[in-house]
Design a protein around this ligand. Structure first.
Ligand code: UDP
Ligand code: MG
Length: 217
């Protein structure tokens, strides 16, 4: 398992993207906390054969990894609904993309990233230019309901009302500008996420087909 080291993350000194977007298809999956990104990504992995990389899951794993120099910092940022410094998150994603390539997987779903413009810019400069962003649009009261429900069993330090409010604020102020910037490039596929998971997924499949992506036969 590749881990972060004390060295400067490799991507920071690179002059161009490590992966060519001709060979590797990166789809960013964005949406507010509780919009259903993880649920829909699981469907997409099953039916399309994507490799799924959840930035939040990778950060939580690094947080819990014994000996990680970033553990406490990650813990504090997540609880507070803030964005962890991008070098850490980008290196965690890149490490998994290198692994995926070794497994011959070139279709990558990046869930919950980029959540801040500088992350988007650095990732596309140093790791891979994205094909497009799948954006799950959901009203805040519905997301709050889902998160509080999930909080009963998730064990997540940020599924409580105080952290949820902070995450909403970060999403609106910091993450929506990323969606808007990709929208200007014609690179956003937007799906209404208020319906049932099955209904939302039907919509996802239709919209992906419009972008030329077909379910694995
Ligand atoms: N996070 C971060 N950078 C990222 C992605 C996630 O710092 O690129 C942190 C942030 O604090 C966020 C938390 O991880 O609030 C949980 O993210 P996750 O994607 O798991 O939450 P979700 O949106 O799926 O509920
Ligand atoms: Mg998630």
């Amino acid at each position: 398992m590749p881990v972060l080291t004390d060295q400067v993350p490799a991507h920071t000194t690179r002059s161009g993207p490590l992966f060519s977007s001709d060979k590797t298809t990166v789809i960013f999956v964005l949406g507010g906390p509780g919009a259903g990104k993880g649920t829909q990504c699981a469907n997409l992995v099953r039916d399309y054969g994507f490799k799924h990389l959840s930035a939040g899951d990778l950060l939580r794993e690094e947080q819990d990894r014994e000996g990680s120099q970033f553990g406490q910092m990650i813990k504090d940022y997540i609880k507070d609904g803030k964005i962890v410094p991008k070098e850490v998150t980008i290196q965690l994603l890149e490490n998994r993309m290198v692994e995926a390539e070794k497994e011959g997987k070139h279709m990558i779903l990046i869930d919950g990233f980029p959540r801040q413009l500088d992350q988007a810019i650095s990732f596309e400069e140093k790791v891979c230019v994205s094909a497009f962003t799948l954006f799950f649009d959901c009203p805040e009261d519905e997301m709050q309901r889902r998160l509080l429900d999930r909080g009963k069993t998730s064990g997540r330090s940020d599924d409580n009302i105080e952290s949820i409010k902070k995450r909403f604020r970060t999403f609106v102020e910091t993450s929506m500008p990323v969606v808007n910037a990709f929208e200007k490039q014609g690179k956003v596929v937007k799906v209404e996420a208020i319906k049932t998971p099955e209904e939302v997924y039907q919509d996802v499949k239709v919209k992906l087909a419009e972008r030329g992506l077909k379910v694995n036969a």
